[in-house]
Design a protein around this ligand. Sequence first.
Ligand SMILES: *Cc1c(COP(=O)(O)O)cnc(C)c1O
Length: 386
Amino acid sequence: MSVKDIDKQYVANTYNRFPIEIVSGKGSVVMDDSGKEYIDMGSGIGVTSFGLCDDVWLKAVVEQASKLQHMSNLYYTEPCALLAKMLCEKTGMKKVFFSNSGAEANECAIKAARKYSQQKKGREYSTVVTLENSFHGRTLTTLAATGQEHYHELFTPLTPGFVHTKANDFEALKAVCGQNKTAGIMLECIQGEGGVVALDADFVKSVYNYAAENDIVLIIDEVQTGNGRTGELYSYMNYGIKPDIVTTAKGLAGGLPLGAALLGEKVEGVLGFGDHGSTFGGNPISCNAALSILERIDEKLLNEVKEKGKYIFNELENAPGAESVSGMGLMIGIKTVKPVSEVVEKCIENGVLCLTAKDKLRLLPALNIKMSDLEKAVGVIKEALI
Ligand SMILES: *Cc1c(COP(=O)(O)O)cnc(C)c1O
């Protein structure tokens, strides 16, 4: 039986996989079981920040794996402590809670926002306001936060206490916050799964000011946009705001499961002993991997991300078959004239792996993708667009 057939028979049917089996990768090039190579323009949905089996990352993982692969959170471990310190120093946030995924990072943020508000304002302050077209995860609570009805169908009842409002409509958001006992506002500065749509700068700034004035916890979901993806360490830094909580995951550990909720001044002391926990959260291998990623996301790398993003924009903006290009840094969405599935299939045929988001082509290449790989991939995409 082939891997494909075994998978089809035994793995739950939740992923509509492309008919290729990837066996190995190095940098931004992956290989399938027949030996065919592909340039990876998705990096495992923004996960392998420095590509596949990057040497520095690999060393961090292997060294830690041969020393201590796991210890319960009853004891101190060095990678966890050092990573929390680095995250706080790079962002100005005060404390970090580690989990294993983006959804869990958001769960922690929601718990912190609710506890902060309920302690301070009263038990009825539980509502978290999020945006239409958002994506915050697949657990029943983060699904409730996700402002896309089609993800909710047949999974009700979801966790109560979430209200969605229109993106870029500040008056509407204000009204919704006023009508509810609002504990928090949660948003992605660039809606990833929603089609790589950046929020308006005015809107984000207004929401930030409003949350600060009304003592509402502002949570920025940086699960997809974080860790250098948009040309800043976190995407909120493009907007000149300071969130109360930042959540991140995907690219944080460069390919190992790790999520983090960074808690700012307002909420740093809210979660106490026993309020939250995770068996694997802060795992030493994941944290050591993340240290090897974060320490390399410096000004130089961020500038390269911006430059490469500009290159893709310039090449595709007026390309035949492309209606429009959106996004920031190396998080790019392309509205295609042809159905996007046809474009993706053509790209696969010609050795390039791309993602989609709604009806758009979505590119999230490794932050350090070689210019030669990027040029080759853009050439293939251009050809596939027509
Ligand atoms: C992917 C994603 C999540 C969920 O992350 P998981 O690790 O799959 O739980 C949450 N928010 C955003 C913005 C994401 O892109």
